[in-house]
Design a protein around this ligand. Structure first.
Ligand SMILES: [Ca+2]
Length: 287
């Protein structure tokens, strides 16, 4: 078990994979509440595009001492029609859509960027779509934050925010200024420096040897088969040439199977046949 854990950890570090983050979908969890401890990704729906006539709210609440940071990581919603958003997102600064709005106007189109921060411990997202033109929707990174000074269990962002320390170098910008994703390659390199990679190296070498052996066996088999065909062709073309190589014996068994019928050879009077009789097994394996 320890061997496999080391292999998996090494592979993860080598390829710098993002750790999985909790993802919630507004359409599939329409009009629900979520208690958030650290961070989640809020998506419009599980489908490739959000549905027509979607009308959902989603409320997120964090512990009372904390507030909420929303980072827009992706936003693809129908553009305005005659200056009005027909599909749009509103972010309310409270536990329902009666609270004050954090955004100054409904959010739509594909150029929405920036961060939003709650004043309290709850935020409510409200998304509506009409009956025309659906798009991929949005992805929002929602994170529980506190202001500095940070505790030992928190990471101190460059912008003065504190986030859970587990969010450092997880591939997502929970600080809002990306300071939690800085210098991650160096950290990953140093963290792998103390790992004993011997099992991984041995595994790779054994794998290469096995694969190389298989390839060699296939090449040898094809080579022998071709040589055997070449030899037979030569003797069928010219019956006077009768000088079989010990590597490709022609035996009594081979003659009596009818392979040389056209040559009218007296099997019992061909000395080479007796010479190679003991190699019947070898000839059979080649064929
Ligand atoms: Ca992060």
């Amino acid at each position: 078990m320890e061997f496999y854990l080391k292999v998996c950890f090494t592979v993860l570090c080598l390829f710098q994979w993002n750790y999985a983050i909790d993802t919630q979908y507004m359409y599939e969890s329409c009009n629900s509440n979520y208690v958030l401890e650290t961070s989640l990704q809020l998506e419009t729906s599980k489908s490739l595009t959000y549905p027509f006539q979607m009308n959902c709210t989603y409320t997120i609440t964090v512990p009372s001492a904390k507030t909420i940071l929303v980072v827009i990581s992706r936003f693809e919603v129908e553009e305005k029609v005659t200056g009005i958003c027909t599909d749009y997102l509103n972010i309310y600064d409270g536990g329902d859509n009666k609270a004050s709005l954090l955004n100054t106007s409904p959010l739509c189109g594909s150029s929405v960027t920036g961060n939003f921060t709650s004043t309290g411990s709850s935020l409510t997202f409200d998304f509506k779509s009409d009956e025309t033109a659906v798009y991929r929707g949005f992805g929002l990174l929602v994170t529980a934050i506190e202001n500095a000074p940070c505790t030992s269990a928190q990471f101190s962002c460059n912008n003065g925010l504190c986030i859970d320390t587990s969010l450092k170098c997880d591939g997502y910008n929970q600080c809002g200024d990306s300071s939690d994703e800085i210098n991650c390659q160096e950290n990953a390199a140093s963290s792998t420096a103390g790992i004993d990679n011997t099992p991984l190296i041995i595994g790779v070498i054994v794998g290469l040897v096995v694969v190389g052996g298989l390839i060699g066996a296939i090449i040898l088999h094809v080579y022998k088969k071709n040589q055997w065909k070449k030899f037979l062709h030569q003797h069928l073309e010219d019956p006077d040439v009768w000088n079989p190589s010990p590597s490709y014996p022609v035996t009594r068994k081979y003659y009596r199977n009818g392979n040389y019928n056209t040559l009218n050879i007296d099997v019992d009077n061909v000395p080479h046949i007796h010479q190679y009789e003991s190699m019947d097994a070898s000839a059979d394996s080649v064929r």
